[in-house]
Design a protein around this ligand. Structure first.
Ligand SMILES: C[S@@+](CC[C@H](N)C(=O)[O-])C[C@H]1O[C@@H](n2cnc3c(N)ncnc32)[C@H](O)[C@@H]1O
Length: 229
């Protein structure tokens, strides 16, 4: 991200869907001098980010209706958030509107194959379970904004686009963090206790066969999509 953005420290930057605000916070700690705004739909996230990074400006707002005048920023970033936005094209139009004429945009999102091993293990544990459809729709990349749709959507909004993949992985040496992650997801809250037990058992079995090679690898392939006004 740092290499692609190549910031000189003076840019005005908007981080949309900033979440806990770690990225703007790091930029400020690295002595970025330009105005930095972290925006998030969630009041709780804005409250938390403001408390943790008081030197950064955080605001509550919607990516699809940004509370800024035209041409306010030199850089807009949207990291792992566009797949939450119902109208991605509207949000991209807003990002372009608040950018200055030569402004730059960076989106990061989950690519196809993202955490495929995890979804495969869950699907194997509960074949044909309809309550998992929503969860498993994320297999093969985000349903609404992976590189599959993202490249074309960004090109349509900005007239140009560049795409770069980064291959990463989570390596687990025990199943508990994976189970805790899965159990935090809303669709799983609708499962009966027996079904959750089946998922636990299947993941435990995957662990036994996969950890001999030094841990259970869950691939995290992400895509960086950049464009210029
Ligand atoms: C998966 S988190 C990513 C947080 C952060 N960008 C990161 O990469 O760590 C997605 C964030 O986008 C925010 N979000 C979702 N829809 C939004 C919208 N329409 N406008 C602004 N923020 C939104 C959520 O509240 C959440 O904080």
């Amino acid at each position: 991200m740092d290499r692609l953005l190549a910031l000189n420290g003076d840019e005005t930057l908007l981080d949309v869907g900033t979440g806990p605000g770690d990225f703007p916070g790091r930029l400020r700690a690295d002595e970025h001098r330009g105005r930095i705004v972290g925006l998030d739909f969630s009041a709780g996230m804005v409250e938390r980010a403001s408390a943790q990074y008081p030197a950064v400006e955080f605001q509550q707002g919607d990516a699809a209706a940004l509370p800024f005048a035209d041409g306010t920023f030199e850089v807009v970033t949207a990291r792992h958030m566009l797949y939450h936005v119902p109208d991605v094209a509207a949000a991209l139009a807003e990002f372009k509107r608040v950018l200055k004429p030569s402004g730059r945009f960076l989106a990061i999102t989950n690519a196809s194959g993202y955490m495929a091993e995890l979804w495969d293990a869950v699907a194997e544990a509960l074949p044909g379970e309809s309550v998992l459809d929503e969860l498993l729709s994320h297999r093969g990349g985000s349903a609404v904004f992976s590189e599959m749709q993202g490249e074309e959507l960004v090109r349509a909004a900005f007239g140009n686009v560049q795409v770069e993949f980064v291959e990463g992985a989570l390596v687990f040496d025990r199943p508990e963090p994976v189970l805790a992650y899965l159990e935090s997801m809303t669709p799983l809250h609708r499962l009966a206790p027996d079904d959750l037990e089946r998922i636990r058992a299947a993941l435990n079995a995957s662990f036994k066969t996969c950890t001999q090679g030094g841990g259970w690898h869950v691939s995290k392939r992400v895509v960086f999509i950049t464009a210029q006004c």
